[in-house]
Design a protein around this ligand. Structure first.
Ligand code: NAD
Length: 487
């Protein structure tokens, strides 16, 4: 039984530009659907070129105010925002569950993770400034000023708006930039509630503008001459469009893209610990996560045992109502995603892979929603689509390896490089493998989230630039060098 969405939780769908809220816009409207029931939740006004122009204008006018605000005041506003995120965490989790149907248990971490990012980055606002640099041979005073870019266009995907806003806007705002955020039409609601919390926290109107929209709005924003930097989180295909429009004005681009992250299970792994997390690649966000371990590489001597454990775990995953705290996995985001994922499952059958469990759309009480069973394919050839391409659905590919060398070759054998996971009790083996893996983030013996102070980002086609820690702040600052001759 899937409960109806509680639509009273949702904020009014508007565009937030400066101190104005627009209830209609030139990009038309989008009927948002609750993925768990297939029923509409509301009509979203979509930004067109006119509203993108307005939003960039509002951000440009307000940016100097924020950049020049006394650092303690900017810091305090971000701290207030963090506290508001915590205070409203339950409401935000409820909104998130309706907008993308990711279960409430996962959603409830989002506002706290975002709050942590704002608190951490608030701590940088009164510490960033610049350096004094030794130069020669002329006597001189040389120093740098760390300056914000100005207006940053922030394009986010639908699979975790509050997580994305925390990770991105923590450093972007702390560095003193104004933003135009374009959430997708598939998940506009929590970004709008977040925008209101920014105003409630005392961040001046025009610093955080929220303009839901589709590809047209994204294209208008990323090609806008008033944008000083682009931060894009999404697919590689869209990133290539954005890079083309950014090339016209050499606009700097920060990219957080997809992955096909390998989880290497060596023969000395703690299989109980692995078993608990083995299906994370499929079940976490219904497989709709950039860092999900979606390729499991298993050493030959434990291959059959691992398959058996994975099958058992997969078949025990509670799939159902995303608002029910006992649900582990909800639906995928929409009907288009169902068709794309089922197409990949069909082609996997013909690739030589062996279906271990799942592989079907779920019916019964879930028939009106967009549910796919947790799916595991064994014996997946390395060159198969399932090994090389992101599914963004609850489908895991398992492949056998013999030697450590072969495991590394397989793990590194895609165009991506976002995350990798190693399971072994041998420390030397873990460190050697971690050094050789071509990925931005590596977890050994388990995943416990992304701490806000660590650098996060991809290699290869998984992205450019880093969020988290000092790396995130630097991503959104540019150093100006000043040389004063003393001769
Ligand atoms: P997507 O590329 O289809 O859309 C992302 C955003 O880009 C949306 O807001 C969309 O409206 C916008 N967009 C679409 N066309 C555009 C254009 N021509 N110009 C500008 N903007 C445009 O991706 P998606 O399906 O929303 O998200 C899934 C992808 O995001 C996956 O590949 C996933 O791995 C990746 N992702 C990466 C991270 C990370 O941190 N590395 C986090 C979450 C998701």
């Amino acid at each position: 039984m899937i409960a109806e969405a509680d639509l009273t939780l949702l904020p009014k769908p508007v565009l937030m530009i400066g101190d104005r809220q627009l209830e209609s816009a030139s990009g038309g409207t989008f009927q948002h659907i609750y993925a768990a029931t297939g029923k509409p939740t509301g009509n979203i006004p979509l930004a067109g070129v006119a509203e993108i122009n307005e939003a960039v204008g509002a951000a440009r006018r307000s940016a100097p105010l924020w950049a020049d605000m006394p650092r303690n005041e900017r810091r305090d506003a971000l701290i207030r925002l963090a506290h508001l995120l915590r205070k409203n965490a339950g409401e935000l989790a409820g909104i998130g569950t309706i907008e993308n149907s990711i279960p409430i248990t996962i959603q409830s971490y989002g506002p706290h993770t975002a709050a942590d990012s704002f608190l951490y980055n608030a701590g940088w606002t009164d510490k960033i400034g610049g350096d004094v640099i030794a130069t020669w041979p002329t006597p001189a005073l040389d120093y740098t000023l760390d300056e914000p870019y100005g207006v940053v266009a922030v394009i986010i995907p639908w699979n975790g708006p509050i997580y994305a806003l925390g990770m991105l806007l923590g450093p972007i705002l702390a560095a003193g930039n104004a933003v135009v955020v374009k959430p997708p039409e598939l998940a506009p609601y929590s970004a709008l509630r977040f925008g209101q919390l920014c105003l409630d926290a005392g961040i001046p109107p025009g610093i955080v503008n929220i303009v839901p929209g589709g590809p047209e709005a994204g294209a208008a924003l990323t090609s806008h001459p008033g944008v000083d930097k682009i931060s894009f989180t999404g697919s590689g295909a869209t990133a290539r469009h954005i890079l083309q429009s950014a090339a016209v004005r050499s606009t700097p681009v920060h990219l957080e893209l997809g992955g096909k992250s390998a989880s290497i299970v060596f023969d000395d792994a703690d299989l109980d610990a692995f078993a608990r997390q083995s299906l994370q690649g499929a079940s976490n966000n219904s497989g709709q996560g950039c860092i999900n371990p979606t390729r499991i590489l298993v050493q030959a001597s434990i291959y059959d045992e691992v398959l058996e454990r994975m099958k058992r775990v997969a078949e025990g995953i509670v799939v159902g109502d995303p608002t029910d705290p006992s649900t582990v996995m909800g639906p995928v985001v929409d009907e288009r995603a169902v068709n794309r994922i089922m197409g990949m499952i069909d082609r996997a059958h013909g690739s030589g892979a062996r279906l271990l469990t799942g592989g079907e759309r779920l019916g019964g009480a879930m028939a009106n929603g967009f549910y796919i069973a947790p799916t595991v394919f064994a014996d997946v050839p390395h060159q198969a689509e399932l090994s090389q391409h992101e599914v963004f659905g609850p489908v895991i590919a398992v492949t056998r390896f013999e030697t450590e060398e072969e495991a590394i070759t397989l793990a590194n054998g895609t165009d991506f490089g976002l995350a990798a996971y190693i399971w072994t009790q041998n420390l030397q083996r873990a460190h050697c493998a971690a050094k050789q893996l071509v990925a931005g983030n590596i977890w050994v013996n388990g995943f416990t989230g992304i701490p806000t102070a660590v650098p996060f980002g991809g290699y290869g086609q998984s992205g450019v630039g880093r969020l988290g820690g000092i790396h995130g702040i630097r991503e959104f600052l540019r150093p100006k060098n000043i040389f004063v001759s003393l001769s």
